[in-house]
Write a protein that binds this ligand. Structure first.
Ligand code: ADP
Length: 265
């Protein structure tokens, strides 16, 4: 038999839960508002460039070289728009459990070398050296979707370059355990304060927007790694640098990919 006091206690608990839920709703609405504001800004910047240059070129009277500069900017900004829209679509697919992975055997060492080539020009601009270390002699084969894993490490390495100082080194370290491979991307850049690191890890948009971008990159990266049944961890210290560590399941010799990994939905 319940006594009156029990109900009072339970009501108190219920009130606290409802209050917590209300706060969460306010918080998630705030995150959405921030996101819409940053994505709008990110979309507007290239659109302004495209509109400006197309209007200017329409006026005519430019020589070949000037026209080429204008056309190149239009093309570059269009690529940026496509990239942003693709990022939004990926994010939405992940949110709705509709991202499909094409699982196969991925040579992670080769994939990292490919990424180093991809970002070479960007790194060179800041005189940043990328060094691949650890298990580099023998191929390390993980179970995953090569294109999606490329996206994961491109995002991490891209951030490392973006937030590194000139003339610095970014280490990509591969190590192999019994069941998994670990890839660490270590930079000595600006780092992230404890408070902001918590916000960055706290999924999605609670990021500092100083470097531009939408804040979708890491949210997508994290969800893609989790979809691969891997883990991702970020450690950082303001003014010292950041290390992002990704662990992925090894591809067992002769093993079939996990039955459910090809379809997230
Ligand atoms: P975006 O898509 O806007 O680049 P990300 O989700 O990739 O955003 O990253 C979120 C935020 O985390 C960045 O805006 C930046 O503030 C911080 N961040 C990510 N990687 C690093 C890093 N290597 N060093 C310092 N800050 C970083």
């Amino acid at each position: 038999v319940r006594v009156k006091g029990d109900y009072a206690y339970e009501l108190g608990e219920l009130a606290a839960t409802l209050n917590f839920m209300a706060q969460e709703i306010v918080r998630s609405n705030q995150i959405k508002d921030d996101f819409i504001s940053s994505i709008s800004h990110e979309l507007r910047t290239p659109l302004t460039g495209i509109k400006g240059w197309s209007e200017t070129l329409t006026m005519g009277g430019f020589d070949k070289e000037e026209t080429e500069i204008g056309m190149k900017i239009i093309s570059k900004e269009t690529d940026r728009l496509i990239g942003l829209v693709e990022e939004m679509l990926d994010f939405s697919k992940l949110q709705q459990n509709e991202m499909k992975l094409v699982i196969g055997s991925v040579n992670i060492t080769e994939l990292l070398q490919e990424i180093m080539l991809n970002v070479w020009a960007k790194a060179e601009q800041k005189q940043i050296h990328l060094k691949l270390e650890g298990e580099t002699e023998q191929p390390v084969m993980v179970s995953g979707d090569a294109n999606r894993l490329k996206q994961v490490f491109l995002n991490i390495v891209d951030n490392a370059i973006k937030f590194s100082h000139e003339n610095s080194i970014i280490y990509l370290v591969v190590s192999k355990g019994d069941e998994s491979a670990t890839i660490s991307v270590k930079d000595t850049g600006i780092g992230i304060s404890e408070e902001n690191l918590r916000r960055v890890k706290d999924r999605f948009f609670q990021v500092n927007h100083q470097g531009g971008g939408t804040g979708l990159g890491l949210a997508i990266t994290q969800q893609l790694v989790e979809l691969h049944k891997g883990t991702i961890n970020m450690e950082s210290e303001l003014g010292t640098g950041t290390t992002v560590q990704v662990t992925l399941p090894l591809m067992k010799a002769g093993a079939e990919p996990p039955a459910d990994s090809g379809d997230a939905g």
